[in-house]
Structure formats: structure tokens, C-alpha cells
Design a protein around this ligand. Sequence first.
Ligand code: 1CP
Length: 340
Amino acid sequence: MRLKNDLLIRAAKGELTERTPVWLMRQAGRILPEYRNVRSKLSGFKELVKTPELAAEVTMQPVNLLGVDAAIIFSDILVIPEAMGLSYEMVEKKGPYFPKTIKSKADIKSLHKVEDGELNYVYEAIRLVKRELNGSAPLIGFAGAPWTILCYMIEGGGSKTFSNARKFLIQEPKLAHTVLNMITESTIKYLHQQVLAGADLIQIFDSWAGILPLNQYRKFSMSYIEKISKSIANAPVTVFAKGAYFALKEMNNLSCNTIGLDWNMDINESRTLLKSKTLQGNLDPSILYGDQKYIKMETKKMLKQFKGHPHIANLGHGVYPDTNPDHVKIFIETVKAFSA
Ligand code: 1CP
């Protein structure tokens, strides 16, 4: 199916597009009352993730209601650890909780690599969204980076420091690599299936990149991201490594097309370090708490700094849940008007 709006794909491939494509990390599911309406009728988050018709419906909401240039499939990075044998619960207003975690070699024995036939509900949702989009916008598939997934498998949920995961890297480096390899192989299979089902671009989220020093980041994260990026031949790949300003120079050598910047990463410096990459980002999500004039001014300021370099407009991390959807629309409309 030919895309009628392929701005995102062309920008990802390094083209200076006639206007900058725009979408928002976490656009599906956090801010729209229409999402909460669908969600409130269900037993919980996981029912939504595992029901392709509903996952497809909420994936389409930001495209139809906000006018973004891409859809991102409604799912979670945690479906991979679950498929590997560590199930999670999504606790209302708190976040994920894993009753079983990785503490020792014995815990790894019960894990398995994701096989074909697992996670079919994600691929089915992708097929449904593709039919619905009918080429009007590209669809982004995604997965967590192996390091970020390992963090949740060891910690069992969110954490400020992920110090248990960091302890594991120091005390059990070999075991860490064993699990990281299993996650990597599972993720490669998973992302290939997403592309086969119709995903037009793949984003890898390394949300906890910023807690590792460079030497550990190279060994325990970037090497696995590279394996995954290299294996995806039929879709452009974006790597978003939150907080990894110290690794940007080396990220220019990754086999991916786009690097996502968070709001602390300097745009000019990033352009110099990442000459061969498209850049995505990087408006501070808290700017959307401001008034219309402020949002417009800050968005234009950001766009000007990226001008002349292939760029995909986005926030520097996920949109905050209490952001007014009208403010999100101002951001999107400003991007569309600026570069036209
Ligand atoms: O009931 C609900 O609505 C729960 C909230 C929610 C939602 C809507 C969670 C729980 N996950 C999601 C969906 C989700 N997660 C998407 C779908 C598309 C979209 O929202 O646009 C995506 C892309 C993710 C990715 C994700 N999940 C990341 C990486 C991106 C990031 O923001 O850093 C991470 C770290 C997760 C784990 C996760 N899932 C949910 C929560 C609250 C968390 C974070 C837990 C923590 O505090 O560490």
C-alpha cells in the first residue's frame, strides 16, 4: 500500500521534507478523554493491549483527533518480558508490577525466547490499523531496548534508580549478557513480525539509558541496540535513548536512520555529532503546560534550530498524562504551519 502521507518515512531516510512531520511519544493512551472512555469499560490495561480491535481503535485516535503525521501501535514494551515468561500486572495509577523477577541463574532457566506464534495480538492490531489508515499516515512499530527491558525484569516495576538492575550488571555480568541476548533475539523476531504485519518504521525505546555510564552503556545496551537495528532491513529505525547525551557521538555509528533527542540534548551539538542521522524531538513536554503564545514561541524556536537538517518534530519524552489535548494541537499545528 502506497502512503499518501510519507513525510515521516522520507525524513527518516534523510530527506529535507517540504514540511516537518510531527507525532508525539505516548500520543495514544495518555491524554485523550476518548482513550479513557474506551479504557473505562474494560477490566484493565492488558485487556486493551490484547484485544486487537480495541488496540487498533485507540491507535487511530491521535491520528483522527490530533492530526499527527504517524500512528504508533498501542501496546507496551513489557509484552516482551511477559512472552519470555515474566508476566506483569498493570496496577491502576501506579504502573507495572512483576510478581516474579530475575535474581539468580535459576530465575533465568524458566525464561524462553519469543517464538513465532506468540504476540499475535500485536500483529493483528497492526494489520487492523493499516487497513484503517489506508495509507493516510505511516504506522510506527516499537519495542524496548534490551537494557530497559532488563531493568523491569530485575526490578519488577518502575524505580528511581534501578539500583537492583545496576547491581546485577556489577555482580552478575555474564548472566546479564545471557538475558540481554535472549531479549535481543526475541525483540528481533518481534520487530520482524511487526514489519511483516505492516509497521512502516520501528522505534526502539531505551528509557533508562541515562542511568548507565558510557563504558557500561556501550557493553550492556548499545551493542544490543546495534544488533537489533542491523537486523531490520525493510523499515527505517529510530533509536530513542533517554538521557544518553554522553553516547550521541557513538550513536552516529549505529545502523539506524534516526536518533531521538530528549529536551536536555543540545540541538546544535547533536547536529554536529550526528551528521549522518535524522534527528527527532525534542520539545520539553512541560512546555505544553504553558499558554498558546508560549507553546507557539517555544515550538518555533525548536524548529528553527533543526532547520536545514532532516528532522521529525516530537517531544523530548512522552507527553505528560495531564496535558491539555488542545495544547497538543497547538504544538502540532505550529509545526505544520512553520515549515509549510
Ligand atoms: O492504563 C493505562 O492506560 C496505563 C498507562 C500506559 C499506557 C497507555 C502504560 C503503562 N503503557 C501504555 C502504552 C504504551 N507504553 C505505549 C503505546 C503508545 C502510546 O502511548 O502512544 C508505548 C509506546 C509505551 C512504551 C513504554 N512503556 C515505555 C517507553 C517509553 C517511555 O515513556 O519511556 C516504558 C518505559 C513503558 C513501561 C510502562 N508502561 C506503563 C507505565 C506506567 C510504564 C512506566 C513504568 C515506570 O514508571 O517505569
